[in-house]
Design a protein around this ligand. Sequence first.
Ligand SMILES: [Zn+2]
Length: 562
Amino acid sequence: MHISTRALALATLHVVFLATIASAQSGAPSVAIPEAVTATAKAQITAGALEAPIRFLASDALEGRGPATRGDTLARLYLASELRGMGYLPGGDNGGWEQSFDIVGTTAQLPAVWSFAGKSGNVELKLGADYIAGSGVQSPSAAINDAELVFVGYGIEAPEFKWDDFKGVDVKGKVLVMLNNDPDWDPKLFAGTTRLYYGRWTYKYESAARHGAAGVIIVHTAPSAGYPWQVVQSSWGGEQFELPAESEPRIQLKGWATEEASRRLVKAGGFDLDKLVTAAKSRGFKPVKLGVRTSIRFDNKVSRVRTANVAGLLPGSDPKLKEEVVIYSAHHDHFGIGDPDSTGDRIYNGAEDNASGCAQVLAIGRAFAALETKPRRSVLMLFVAGEEQGLLGSKYYSAHPTIAAGRIAANINYDGGNYRGRTRDLTQIGAGKSSLDALAQALAQKQGRTLVPDQFPDKGYYYRSDQFSFAKIGVPALYFDKGYDYIGKPAGWGKKDQEHWTEHVYHQPSDEIDDTWVFDGMIDDAMLGFEAGWLIAQANDMPAWNPGDEFEAARKKAIAAK
Ligand SMILES: [Zn+2]
């Protein structure tokens, strides 16, 4: 077959024209980036630029970067030194590179038996088997005195879904019994089976505190939690880490009970758990006083250590827009030195989790610094501390942002990097929430990759890494998991290797870098994040949440306050 040059040119034009129409119709954003910008970034985001920081941060010399250890100090010094060398300005507090904060550890010494007195009988819950709890206060003891139990359904107030489980009922001083998860039977309600923040246990405790409750018992079922009772037991058994208490309201006790124990509990007041659950599934639900009372008192061991976020700022080139910022984040902490594994290794190096994320943010930082013309908005490289203790560094930053929340255009978070090779796909955690989706989609397409949504939307992964701290203050945030469809590997290999990793490496001393690591996949992911940030920094308008999204109200508030 022969096609004349002119016919080919016309055909090409036609394709371009059609593509333009398609893009305008679908509302796909332009991802046109000057060749010089991409070339500069490519020259900086290299295998060497990614491997070197991982080799250093995950070395035994850094002793696993546990908060407030020597390794923590060294990691922070290294990150700040790198940013300084690239020409960033100190982006922390008081003109420095760091933003320091305390991590408070609380170990509750709970009673072996927790007693309840009801109209229809008494109930005793055994610690571990029936109930588990943590302290809601950071003081030497916590107490609930003769409080009534009130069933509040899901404990949710969500004006955007016209849902209010409290209906103005005063629950001050009460112990609230709540269902886990959020309503999931209607795709139009709380995003169907996707778990929104309303479905996370942290929301439940915060919601109770806002209402002045004394304590909470979440009814645990494996489907509603997304994990078995053993996980509740092991994650609430020991020391709980938090930021120091400020002026926020607090409950005394954050509890969980098994479904079986909850059944006995409500029965002591003459109620049937199944009927209560059915009632809770309606918008018209009102809190139910259970006719059961309880007292509990326990001591706490409280400890405090100090760590810090590290931040570097690259001012934008537009006199006005430079007041706004795109924030890249990666947590620099890991678990330090702990229990040995079967080989006797006690250093939790955290190479993938999250030296690899730090390396990607550093490489992206290098790319921005090398640009001849800086983007219109400023860029902040933020390395947060205490993620493994519950997103503490990003939580602290979002409560004390160095730039007002309403001026933060977007957050792009890196937690984990792909060391296995290039993939045809890329997983977006938290798709369907903001205008960043279309941008991510178009950029993945540009790389010839398919953007796939989170395979486990019921598990709420969007709320389990640092991007969530930004979303909560209204900042649209992007977070990618790896792709799993590896070029040059058989189908299913990526998932299998990931499963092996989760079981044998994740949060274990064996999370180390070795010579099997390759960086071409990580380069793709870092380039995609760079391009996303560059486009956000250049655009006239900041990204926005989709109308009706759970974080839209927080954004409006933040923008009004900036
Ligand atoms: Zn981790």
